[in-house]
Ligand binder design. Structure first.
Ligand code: TPP
Length: 607
């Protein structure tokens, strides 16, 4: 029996292939690009999804390897709202597990699509790319599904019709799994048997828009009472503030409601470390990021000395060490008594939306808050980064802040895990057109992501600049030499994509952060390595900059150059040259270890 005999000729004529259905679903969720690497099990998927001359389909961006494809898809989820990654079976999908774990941790809706053996191939012979001990009597086809499942992800291998003429609902299943990623802000893993890609599947009728994908409305009761409670606390308060967390990052509607609320009642706001880059830190009401003793801004003084009521919005349910000042006990908001916690428990934070909509209907008078005067960072060599000072981690943030203050066009910072990551918390960021001006994986903390992330940022900035030439934003990677050497094969794509990036290469010849000893394992570089020759191979520009003024001059020049620009900074792995954040962390660790001098110094700092 065929579909035609079952549902009639007209229905059967309408049937799309699974590949067509997938393409439609990916586009519905805003996906115009997929990052991936090919392989025989993925060949049909590539043929089915790849963009055609007419602009249909999805543009496939090749990555240097699958982990990088996964990381780029994570960056895509951060800035476009949804990410897509395509690989071949097992050898291709398994290297994505770290990117998938990152996506779970950083709440990113990334769809990992993998080719898989044809249904007709299963149970016949052992198949290449499967895990197969040599004494095995049977083939295991499901290891990748199990591996991703072990990360707590929803996984599925799509299936075709079981009997000729019976329904094939693979297209619908694909939609449902992708929708689940979207709603829950979590990654999913989908294997597609290669013989199913061109099989006919039952057509699906997509909702009219993303708003209508049946997420339900807010079913948490008591919004009115919460609103009343906040209002009565506001009435008693003189200096309230909003403390904003990273669960806001995918919710533009909620972000703009909160800013409207803040502006209407003149209430200042700060973000957690993890929510850095979501808001314009040059806005008069913005107090910057706050993380206890690690924060050096005037905002910190205001928070710790003036604020009398905190509305804590969308911060993580479980306190995470780095986000609460490494449990140093210096995070004043963490233990603030007069605080309302709005963590957000509904899908797409609809409960929080209802609360802020409720608050905005009320007529309260605006608070008195004067924008705070700028405070220079402690660079260890006086408070400013003087022109002839050596540039290093101790004054890198101040140096970049000086540059950004004079430049209206935002820098989109991509700090790599290592010393660069810690130093980047003192950067003062402008609002980027991408909605994110500071992007990394602050919670999961995987090294090796900055260039795959920067590639996506640079691609999007290029698109914006093509549409609106006044947009002159710049992707700025800050990275140690160890981190750079993890991932520099990704540089080829900046050349291929003809995108622009400035890379600040903090060269100290060791894996410095976390280094505890002199073992060979910490030596990630060689003194003879000539980074300029490397950059030249990618048709880029580069210069070694030793002093602050040299750095500033060349940084400005980089902005005028297209392609890759790299600034090599000779960094010294010594305590005086560390960022303030790391100096404090090191001091805290020493004092916890019972070193008397460190204990005294810490006490003095925190009194
Ligand atoms: C994938 C991964 N491997 C290892 C680590 C542990 N780790 C964190 S920072 C670091 C060293 C960074 O060295 P480098 O990039 O040279 O920067 P530096 O700290 O020297 O400035 C290492 C190995 C990690 N976070 N992620």
């Amino acid at each position: 029996m065929s579909y035609e005999m079952n549902f009639g000729h007209s229905y059967s004529e309408e049937l799309p292939t699974l590949g067509e259905s997938m393409s439609e679903v990916i586009r519905f969720f805003g996906g115009q690009y997929i990052y991936g690497v090919g392989g025989d099990f993925a060949a049909n998927l590539i043929a089915a999804l790849d963009a055609d001359e007419q602009g249909g389909g999805i543009k496939i961006h090749p990555s240097s390897n699958e982990m990088h494809a996964g990381f780029s898809a994570c960056a895509q989820a951060e800035i476009d709202g949804m990410g897509f990654c395509l690989t071949t079976y097992m050898v291709g999908s398994l290297p994505c597990t770290s990117a998938a774990a990152l996506a779970v941790t950083e709440s990113l809706p990334v769809v990992f699509i993998s080719g898989a053996p044809a249904e007709s191939e299963v149970n016949q012979v052992a198949i290449h790319h499967t895990i197969h001990p040599n004494a095995s009597w049977k083939t295991d086809y499901d290891n990748a599904l199990e591996a991703f499942s072990a990360l707590g992800m929803r996984v599925e291998r799509l299936q075709g019709q079981r009997v000729e003429g019976h329904p094939n609902i693979a297209g619908q299943r694909f939609y449902q799994i992708v929708a689940e990623a979207y709603k829950n802000k979590q990654p999913v893993f989908i294997e597609v048997p290669r013989d199913q890609v061109f099989a006919k599947t039952q057509p699906i009728k997509l909702p009219s828009s993303l708003e209508n994908i049946c997420c339900g409305s807010n079913i948490l009761a008591g919004t009115e009472l919460i609103v009343e409670n906040i209002l009565s606390k506001l009435e008693q308060a003189k200096a309230p503030m909003l403390y904003l967390g990273d669960r806001l990052k995918h919710n533009e509607a909620l972000k703009s409601l909160i800013i409207t609320f803040a502006q209407r009642f003149n209430i200042p706001y700060a973000t957690t470390w993890f929510a850095k880059g979501l808001f314009d830190e040059y806005a008069p009401l913005c107090l910057g990021t706050y993380n206890g003793i690690f924060t050096q801004t005037a905002g910190r003084t205001y928070i710790e000395q003036q604020v009398d009521y905190v509305i804590d919005v969308a911060t993580s349910i479980l306190p995470q060490d780095s986000n609460i000042a490494f449990a140093t006990g210096t995070h004043k908001i963490e233990n603030f008594d007069n605080k309302t916690l709005l963590k957000g428990g509904s899908l797409l934070e609809k409960d929080l939306i209802a609360i802020f909509e409720g608050l905005l209907t009320r007529d309260i008078s605006a608070f008195v808050f004067e924008p705070l005067a700028e405070k220079a960072l402690n660079t260890g060599t006086g408070t400013l980064a003087a022109g002839n000072d050596d540039v290093d981690f101790n004054n890198l943030a101040q140096t970049l802040n000086d540059l950004q203050a004079q430049d209206e066009s935002p820098y989109v910072y991509l700090p790599e895990v290592g010393n660069s990551y810690f130093a980047s918390y003192s950067l003062k960021v402008r609002q980027s057109i991408l909605g994110r001006s500071w992007l990394t994986n602050p919670w999961y903390g995987a090294m090796g992501t900055a260039l795959p992330y920067a590639r996506v940022v640079a691609q999007r900035l290029k698109l914006y600049a093509e549409q609106t030439p006044e947009i002159k934003e710049r992707a700025v990677v800050i990275i140690g030499d160890g981190g750079f050497h993890f991932q520099l094969n990704e540089l080829i794509h900046f050349l291929k994509d003809q995108t622009d990036v400035t890379i600040i290469y903090m060269r100290n010849n060791v894996f410095h952060l976390g280094k505890s000893g002199d073992g060979a394992i910490y030596h990630c570089n060689d003194k003879e390595f000539d980074v300029h020759s490397l950059v030249k191979a990618y048709q880029g520009h580069s210069k070694t900059c030793t002093s602050v003024s040299e750095f500033k001059d060349y940084f400005k020049m980089c902005k005028q150059q297209s392609g890759i620009s790299l600034i090599e900074v000779p960094a010294k792995p010594v305590e005086e040259r560390q960022s303030n954040e790391l100096k404090l962390l090191n001091l805290y660790i020493k004092s916890q270890n019972g070193q008397v001098e460190a204990m005294q110094a810490w006490k003095k700092l925190t009194e």
